[in-house]
Ligand binder design. Structure first.
Ligand code: AMP
Length: 465
């Protein structure tokens, strides 16, 4: 069975309960969930979960597989009853620990559960008050594979009807762990000397160092990178640097959003260990002349429209790698051509860095989160959904067997014919070279468009998603 589920932070639990007036309410209950990590893999990394749940006197063991999509928390779930009572739960815990499973934390919550049926589905809404975390609403349908898309659409419609907007994809256990980690202030690192001293301390403690380069104006997309780094590393460093060399003369370097205080707060809440915020002349001191040339990929698509952009990106990324010397680095699939350039840079320069690409985080209507979305006025914001619609249309054609890049391009272009939208490109490419895809190889749909003076880009892999 599949659990189709969404979760939202709840500012007004009483108001939400009032909107569920027509639903049946079950008896309230108190759950205690003991989570474990596996001996052979890291569940935080594989997005799996394993727990003993105690509902009053009743115990069950639950396994949850990785999430299927980015808009809901839908995943495979297997839940099996074990014996009743706290001693039985303790015996199973001892058994898992013997087998090498490590207890990671205990989530305790009070649940109000409401049910209703609609369109042939049984729907459950819960109001969870989680100790030490906060109050959340969950919507859930358990269904079989064949009805998953219909169940997912229904859940998203219901969320809209019930006024749920603040989507929360993190599990209660990760929220709890982050909260306990986030009581520590991240170390503020303003120059390379301070950074190196901090990194040397981490190395002495044999910590695995994860690095997330950003230009600030942080949002949930950046948070996903940081969370992944936190899950895989012992020490996470985030850089915030609006890199002048990747902006063209007529681009938005000076007006690029700078929100350092809010960025620091987000980093603190995620348990970031160090924030590196160098000044421009710390990165590019007087006399700086050495640049990285990323080759032909830097001259197509984003590189053609923004000459010099990837030279600036590759240069600053290599410099930041040299300064931080991380074990692993985290980049967003959102910037697919940047992923290709940085992946190549790491291979070509034999950099001993694990390169982790994190899936794109989107708004509910599919718009990829971007620091530039804040430039959009309401009409442009609504028009901006054409990007994901066009990519999804290409993916639907691909799934139906269409392989002709010209026809896939035409499908995307058709979707983007909207007043106020100026399409820069819509194409299907090989994700490594950004040249035409080879037959039978991987294929990535890429798109860029302007909404007034704001340019947005997006992409969707056709071969795997
Ligand atoms: P930026 O601050 O725009 O340079 O982005 C810093 C990193 O965050 C890059 O690796 C981006 O690809 C990544 N990123 C930006 N937006 C998103 C998103 N919506 N989902 C996932 N990663 C993102």
């Amino acid at each position: 069975m599949i659990e189709v589920e969404t979760k939202y932070a709840l500012a007004d639990p009483a108001g939400f309960a009032a909107r569920l007036a027509g639903w049946a309410e079950l008896s309230p209950r108190r759950d205690e969930d003991q989570y474990f990590n596996a001996p052979d893999r890291d569940f935080a990394r594989t997005d799996e979960a394993f727990r003993i749940r105690s509902i009053g006197n009743t115990n069950v063991v639950t396994y949850k597989g990785p999430k299927f999509d980015t808009q809901t928390k839908s995943r495979f779930e297997l839940e099996l009853p074990i014996g009743d009572g706290p001693e039985e739960a303790a015996r199973w815990r001892a058994m898992f620990v013997r087998l090498g499973y490590r207890p990671t934390g205990i989530v305790r919550k009070h649940r109000r559960i409401f049910t209703t049926s609609r369109d042939g589905f049984e729907i459950q809404a819960t109001i969870d008050t989680v100790d030490g975390v906060g109050t959340y609403a969950e919507l859930e349908i358990v269904t079989d594979d064949s009805r998953y898309p219909a169940a997912r659409d229904l859940i998203l419609t219901l969320a809209g009807e019930l006024g749920l907007t603040q989507l929360e994809r993190r599990s209660y256990i990760s929220l709890l762990l982050q909260k306990s980690a986030s009581t520590r202030e991240p170390k503020q690192l303003d120059d390379v000397a301070a950074l190196r001293k901090f990194v040397a301390g981490c190395r002495r403690d044999r910590k695995k160092i994860g690095f997330v380069p950003t230009m600030g104006a942080l949002h949930a997309g950046h948070a996903a990178l940081i969370e992944r780094a936190k899950a895989q590393c012992d020490c996470v460093i985030v850089s915030i640097f609006v890199n002048p060399t990747q902006f063209g003369p007529n681009e938005d370097y000076t007006r690029y959003p700078r929100t350092l205080e809010a960025d620091r707060e987000l980093c603190r809440s995620l348990g970031v260990d160090g924030i590196f915020v160098p000044a421009a002349d710390e990165v590019y001191p007087p006399g700086f002349v050495t640049y990285v040339d990323p080759g032909p990929i830097a001259t197509v698509f984003e590189g053609a429209i923004r000459p010099g952009h990837f030279r600036g990106v590759a240069t600053v990324v290599l410099k930041l790698f040299q300064m931080v010397q991380p074990d692993a680095t985290y980049f967003g699939q959102k910037d697919a051509q940047q992923v290709a350039v940085v992946g190549r840079l790491i291979r070509d320069c034999n950099l001993p860095i694990e390169f982790v690409v994190v899936p794109t985080i989107r708004e509910q209507d599919g718009l990829a989160l971007s620091s530039r979305n804040r430039y959009l006025d309401p009409t442009q914001r609504s028009n901006a959904t054409v990007l994901y619609r066009a990519l999804s249309a290409a993916r639907a054609d691909w799934k139906a067997g269409e392989r002709d890049p010209a026809r896939l391009r035409a499908t995307m272009a058709r979707e983007a014919v909207v007043p106020g939208v100026q399409l820069d490109y819509a194409e299907v490419v090989d994700p490594d070279s950004f040249a035409a895809p080879s037959s039978g190889g991987r294929a990535l749909a890429v798109i860029a468009a302007r909404f007034g003076t704001t340019r947005l880009i997006d992409n969707l892999e056709l071969t795997t998603e």
